[in-house]
Design a protein around this ligand. Structure first.
Ligand code: ADP
Length: 473
């Protein structure tokens, strides 16, 4: 089996071309050979007709058969000999030879040929004959037999055959060369593409496949490759950033705990209060570390699709009221009120614990970023096909340049502020997790509005079946 596409293409091309050439060559050759023999027949037929007209003319002019025939015989060997040099002609009437003319080589029509036919054309012993009967009424019927050697015609046909037999292989050979050159030329971009793709590694993902001809199929292939490389580059970049951010987030609490331990152990004796203080610092950092690790673990599992959603029916309005109660405790520490506006009855089919986590992240952020004496409001809008949860705060808002990135992992607008308090990690993973929860339920999470007087986040979730509250098991 031939592996190279170039060689296969060339072979196919040569095979198809050879068949076409052989068939068309055979047809052309046959037609040409046939027309040569037709020309020979036409010449003989012409000789018969001209001579018949000449005999008729001579008889009519001399007003008698015998003087007419005699005059014709002299015209035959003079004028007609010059007009039809290659043809031998014999004219007979009832077995009597009226006249004859040899060809240039001196050959005359044999007696066998004279008796062979009464009309039409035929071949015999390398000669071609044509016979024509002409009825001159009271002067009787004459038979004109013209003959010519087939040698010249055979030579012509043989020369034609030689030309074809030699020409076809030469044409096939040239077509093979041309086909190989064409295949090489058209597949050259594939070689360039594969060499470029081969040389691309995770370290030079910014390289691109050259687009030699943007309009053709290989140009499209190069563009597809480049788009793939762009996506890969983007994914790698995200991965790199994630690794850098993750290691930074993990290193900080570890080094704080380490420093606290070292400082405490520097002195051989410490008071119980000093030990307690050090342990509290270490405990705080370990909690923070645990939260970051848990959040990262959840996102990593979410990315690989390994978080199975535990679907159940519950009332979203009840869940929001519960979450708001928990947020109220956090709010009390920061003098922030958490209000819940009256809600519709909202049956929801989703993973209750994940939806609770999402709501908690939004409420926690709202409390965390609100100014003291601020207010957080939770609203629920029940649409025909989905529910919209609005969490509104009276915080400082999110500056415009940060808005596109707040849902990115480890993205924080103000790192000092976000570590201040709260149940979420404060590592910039909260909104990424909340958005994943919404999207895993075929919903959305967006920043509805933001400004100096506060921000509104809106999460949508598809509505469940309209079962009454007391029908839920
Ligand atoms: P974090 O755990 O740091 O809060 P998030 O992913 O929850 O991380 O939020 C990302 C960033 O978005 C936060 O650092 C914060 O700057 C900004 N942010 C989130 N919610 C609010 C809000 N309600 N008001 C103002 N800024 C917010």
């Amino acid at each position: 089996m031939i592996k190279s596409i170039r060689a296969r293409l060339t072979l196919w091309y040569v095979a198809v071309f050879s068949v076409i050439l052989a068939v068309s060559g055979f047809v052309v050759f046959s037609r040409l050979a046939e027309s040569r023999y037709q020309q020979l027949d036409s010449r003989l037929e012409l000789a018969d007709r001209v001579l018949a007209a000449s005999l008729k003319h001579e008889i009519e002019e001399h007003e008698g058969k015998a003087p007419g025939e005699a005059s014709f015989r002299s015209v035959l060997v003079t004028i007609h000999q010059l007009t039809f040099p290659a043809q031998a002609v014999t004219i007979v009437q009832d077995g009597r030879k009226v006249g004859l003319k040899p060809n240039l080589g001196g050959r005359t029509i044999s007696d066998d040929a004279l008796h062979a036919r009464r009309g039409g054309s035929w071949s015999e012993h390398g000669w071609r004959y044509s016979a024509l009967q002409v009825d001159l009424r009271q002067h009787g019927t004459y038979l004109f037999v013209a003959g010519e050697s087939e040698l010249d015609t055979e030579h012509d046909v043989a020369a034609l055959r030689r030309t074809f037999l030699l020409g076809v292989p030469i044409a096939v050979f040239l077509s093979a060369l041309g086909g190989y050159w064409l295949a090489r030329k058209s597949l050259a971009p594939v070689v360039v593409i594969s060499q470029t793709v081969e040389s691309i590694t995770s370290r030079n993902l910014e390289r691109r496949v050259p687009i030699l001809n943007p309009g053709d199929e290989l140009g499209l292939l190069s563009q597809t490759f480049n788009r793939l490389l762009e996506r890969l580059g983007h994914a790698f970049e995200q991965q790199r950033r994630f690794m850098a951010d993750a290691s930074h987030e993990l290193r900080t609490p570890v080094s704080v705990a380490h420093t606290a331990t070292e400082v405490t152990l520097e002195q051989p004796h410490r008071t119980e209060g000093e030990y307690r203080e050090a342990l509290q610092i270490i405990d705080g950092q370990l909690k923070r570390l645990r939260r970051v690790v848990e959040d990262m673990f959840l996102l990593a599992r979410a990315d690989s699709g390994a978080v199975p959603l535990r679907w159940s029916k519950f009332y979203l309005d009840e869940l929001l009221v519960d979450t708001a109660k928990a947020a109220r405790v956090l709010g009390a520490q920061r003098d922030v009120d958490v209000d819940v506006e009256p809600m519709c009855e909202a049956l929801c089919c989703a993973d209750e614990s994940l939806v609770r986590q999402m709501a908690m992240i939004l409420l926690d952020n709202a409390v965390k970023y609100s100014q003291p004496e601020g207010r957080v409001t939770v609203r629920l809008r029940c649409g025909p096909s989905d529910y919209e949860i609005f969490v509104e705060d009276t915080g400082p808002g999110i500056p415009e340049e940060h808005r596109p990135f707040i849902f990115d992992r480890f993205y924080r607008v103000d790192t000092a502020r976000s570590r201040a308090s709260g149940t979420s990690s404060g590592a910039g993973l909260g909104l990424a997790i909340a958005r994943w929860v919404a999207e895993a339920h075929h919903g959305t999470l967006r920043l509805e509005s933001t400004g100096p007087s506060g921000s509104v986040f809106c999460a949508t979730l598809p509505a469940g079946h309209s079962t009454r509250r007391n029908e839920i098991s």
